[in-house]
Design a protein around this ligand. Sequence first.
Ligand code: F6P
Length: 356
Amino acid sequence: MKIGILTSGGDCAGLNAVMRAIGFYAYKNIKNCEIVGIPDGYGGLIRGESAPMGPEDFEGLLNLGGTVLGTRRTPFKTMTVPEENGETRLEKMRTNYKKMGLDCLFTLGGAGTHRTAALLCAEGCNVIGLPKTIDNDIYGTDVTFGFHTAVDVATEAIDRVRTTAASHGRTILVEVMGNKAGWLTLYAGIAAGAEVILLPEIPFRIDKICEAVRKNYEDGKPCNIIAVGEGAVLESEARFKKKERVFVRTERGETTVTQHLAEVIGEQTGFETRSMALGYIQRGGNPSAYDRVLSSRLGSYAGRLAAQGQFGVTVAVAGQEITFNALPDVAGKYKFVDPSSDIVRQAEDIGVCFGR
Ligand code: F6P
């Protein structure tokens, strides 16, 4: 069996660990197994590039961050657009899949990667997807690999912000990644004891935040930490699409939602306020123990699926079990924080303000 592996979309911790588990499984359990790595996500498949990966190439990958194959964003909408020679990227990939003699392709990626994977399946390629992303926003799986490492990193960073915030009696807004989903902000916010947590799924009101900040100081708290999801929106902006929101904010001369909020909260409360974005440190670095275990389980399970000839699926976590979903059932669908879920209510019950 000839297997191809690619990593696509934004990187995260655990990509290498998943590949290692696939490689270990395949070389141990599949007869006449051959594995090739495809560089730069779907880009490598479009160009028809691959390099052999022997058993030794999977050593040392368990605790290594990033991806040894490299990754790129290759937007789904570009896949079916004819290029110079009239051929689409999808057609090029199908042709190269055949030329490479692949029997199976593992695509490690997020929701966008899965969408393209579903297209490839429809073209007759044997694909197995694996759910990665720090955003944890992939539909059909309880958790994605990379998420918990990012939670740990963001939590530790916010812990550090808290000691300086407390020393100065400041309110500090910390912007957390996650795109349109608030999972990372919610988990890191709760783990770091943030006084205010702002999620894309719960449009916020500035007066509610200022009220909470004032009250916290009155109650003797030395500082306020506000964890802001990068996609957080004001209640008054919630009806707009992302592009419209960005346009209106730019027109008003605002930068990021976090910087804007810091200015307004500082003005309205009179307390010294600062803001910062955690940025790419949330994606970088080595996987946590949790993600090493999860990645090993997902990769091993995916290898078994390939051995059984079960293709056109993505691997998923359901409770304590690893399972799979049919790609067409989940591709392109997202999973968001439910504003009325237990976790949000439990945080609110212990005093966290969500700006509502
Ligand atoms: O990979 C997910 C993510 O980190 C999101 O949280 C963030 O919005 C986006 O990627 C950043 O993308 P880029 O790497 O293209 O700047």
